[in-house]
Design a protein around this ligand. Sequence first.
Ligand SMILES: *Cc1c(COP(=O)(O)O)cnc(C)c1O
Length: 374
Amino acid sequence: MSARATLSIDLEKITANTRRVVAALGGLHVVGVTKVTCGTPEVGRAMLAGGAQALGESRLENVARLRAAGITSPIWLLRSPTPAQAAETVRLTDVSLESELETVLALERACVEAGRRHGVIAMVDLGDLREGLLPADLPGFAAAVEGLEHVELAGIGVNLTCYGAVRPTARNLGELATLAAQIERRLGRRLAFVSGGNSSSIALTIAGGMPAAISNLRIGETILLGVDTLTRDPTLGLHLDAFVVAAPVIECRVKPSLPTGETAQDAFGNRPTFVDRGRRRRAICALGRQDAPPDGLMPVDPRVEVLGASSDHLILDVEALEPPPRLGDLIAFVPTYGATLQLSTSPYVDTSFVHSAGLTPKIVARSTPSIEEE
Ligand SMILES: *Cc1c(COP(=O)(O)O)cnc(C)c1O
């Protein structure tokens, strides 16, 4: 049993979630996005097994990890590379999302050198204010890409609900459809992909409001965590616990719920407030803000309450746990997207793959016997 915090990933739940999302999207081409797991190959394979037709990644290091594991499916690079990364982009990925002609010209040169072809999705900003050309600039950009010999204009796309929290609607995605029609007329051919966004576009699609021209979505969070990203409510009856992090208890003692003494700032410059609930049993787990934000950890056992965390200590109220946890026992949490991202990135957290049918233990396991037992 690991003495370190461990992120358990249930690959069967990821495959089942992918299958259900793909079915609900009724024929849309789905790119399964693995970036929150830093390009974990097992997760990519689980998405492909569930019917994702390509994988999406935002960092070339993660793509290299997928390729090194032998994944040969199409991979889309979701974050534009710099021109200097053109050769690596062309070597590792099939399609990239682009909004700068200078980068696309570097991709063209890299294609010539490598004797390869590469697809570009021209990104348009429809209000969310992350990547993309303003709509008026898109047709000219698309025509310039179309004029290249080795880089192909694979389509156009939009990203929403990431920075500006702008919802996908029949209106903004209708604008994407109109732009696609305009570009297709000008080029005299159909675009392979009209990419209508990420997980936040699923609800509109299910409700029947997605314009018919939209042919692709790029989906990460809903497949992996089972929630609608507009509300973070469960959706489509998906598994909500494909990811569970468990951390060992290093202290469990009864203490007052109010700090004693004059207070100043905490370790992070905040002035925390406390409610006096009397003396309560508290546990400390070996997991901290260096690994995950404490408000992104939902205890699997509802009797456990997260009180807060410092860099390396997660402080829990376990008054309601009977019997109380022992040292080394693991306490399990379902992480939010932000916490999953950080847990995947933390070098202090181990990853393990579980093959369970609905097994999410309250306290996952006991560690080695405690000293009293020896
Ligand atoms: C991260 C990302 C996605 C996937 O977003 P989810 O909300 O996880 O579905 C799709 N497209 C782009 C451009 C992204 O950066």
